[in-house]
Design a protein around this ligand. Structure first.
Ligand code: ZN
Length: 405
């Protein structure tokens, strides 16, 4: 026998309570489930997520279509012949606001820009439509937003009509049906008519504001992110709060924020350049002194030490500058902001620095890499640095005793 569930949400999308007969106790992916003779629970379909709520107090965790039947997936088993159901109204009304808002926005895209909606997704945070347009700009988005919201403020009636298979359809549809069988058309005044099985508000005023948040180009189309009603209000509130707090922190008005960020960026670039210049001058001053104090090991001038007041970038710059001259080798370490080592050699020396770094840091959990000429690594404790440098120094000296320079 083919099971069939009457869709009470189509008769009245504002109904939240119902009683129904259990047609079948079933299972869905190891969860208990029931099929009823009638339900207010909307199943996931047409881009709109399922309702949540309870059946005899048991939580409904998923709702899906199975042919003519609707399967209610439950958090716990239910054994009853008759159930009393209640849907989560806040979730349902949110879905109604987003879905009717989507129809208005899609129609506005057609009328203002000639862009058809190719798909719709009603997400947890935002909703998206994919529009057949190569790109968009803010002026176009504002035009579409304005047109959609004008239809909201006109408080147009939202009505539905069902056509039996074969019955001539008396209206031009923005979206044609994808399934055979009874055709359900959702009409919004004279503004929009579309094949749709979702739940909708009864008049567009209940959609509240339709707000396009952002868009991106995607596979030759534009994905438009939007939100309606309470969601739009909450999103605007969050964004306004961020902007107000940021503006107050810096004693400027919100319109001055972009200019302020641009000024910070310019100042940060200048400070970075100045730091680079100072670092180069510091290196130029310190390098001769450090080179003078390097030890000679089998013909190689070996600079082996932990540097004070240097970070990893400065250490690397020093190693590069030092080994610019021939017959030089640097084994350096820093402790701030994290322990790191850098091994480098002049171009006329053949010892592989990356291999030396791996061999001497692996035992204390170090990691890193680089080229045969320069390698850098971290991951060890500060207390291991002296041992790592000593091990590297021993290997360099042993090697160069065997291979006199
Ligand atoms: Zn729809």
């Amino acid at each position: 026998m083919t099971l069939s569930t009457r869709r009470l949400y189509h008769d009245d999308p504002y109904r939240t309570h119902f009683d129904a007969r259990v047609l079948q106790i079933a299972e869905h992916e190891t969860h208990p489930a029931v099929i009823l003779d009638a339900t207010c629970f909307y199943p996931t379909s047409g881009g709109q997520p399922h309702d949540s709520g309870t059946l005899n107090g048991v939580q409904v965790v998923d709702v899906l279509e199975q042919g003519e039947a609707i399967v209610h997936v439950l958090a716990a088993p239910l054994s009853a012949d008759v159930v009393s159901g209640e849907i989560d109204w806040a979730r349902r009304f949110d879905h109604m606001q987003q879905h009717t808002g989507q129809h208005l926005l899609s129609q506005a895209f057609v009328r203002e820009l000639g862009g058809a909606t190719l798909s719709f997704h009603l997400g947890e945070d935002a909703c998206t439509i994919d529009v057949a347009r190569a790109t968009l700009d803010w002026a176009e988005v504002e035009r579409v937003e304005q047109a959609a919201n004008t239809s909201v403020f006109a408080n147009l009636p939202v009505t539905t009509r069902e056509y039996r298979p074969g019955e001539p359809v008396e209206e031009a549809l923005r979206k044609l049906p994808t399934l055979e069988g009874v055709l359900r058309v959702v009409r919004i005044g004279d503004y929009d008519a579309s094949a749709c099985c979702g739940t909708h508000v009864s008049a567009t005023g209940q959609v509240g504001t339709i707000h396009v948040r952002r868009w991106e180009r995607r596979k030759g189309q534009v994905r438009v992110e939007f939100m309606c009603g309470w969601r739009a209000l909450r999103s605007q509130h969050r964004q306004n709060r961020i902007c107000q707090e940021l503006a107050a922190q810096h004693s400027v008005g919100i319109p001055e924020l972009p200019e302020m960020v641009q000024r910070f960026q310019t100042e940060a670039d200048a400070a970075r350049k100045q730091a680079q210049d100072l670092r180069n001058r510091l290196l130029a001053c310190e390098l001769p002194h450090l080179a003078e104090n390097a030890e000679t090991c089998a013909g190689v001038r070996l600079l082996c030490r932990t540097l004070e007041g240097y970070d990893a970038a400065n250490m690397r710059a020093l190693a590069q500058a030092y080994t610019h001259e021939p017959d030089r080798l640097a084994l350096l370490a820093v402790t701030e902001p994290a322990p790191q080592v850098c091994f480098a050699r002049s171009a006329n020396i053949t010892l592989d620095m990356a291999a030396l770094l791996r061999a001497t840091t692996a035992a204390c959990g170090g990691r890193g890499g680089g080229s045969p000429q320069l390698a850098q690594g971290g991951g060890m404790d500060a207390s291991d640095l002296a041992q790592v440098l000593q091990a590297a120094r021993d290997q360099v000296c042993a090697r160069h005793r065997r291979e006199p320079c």
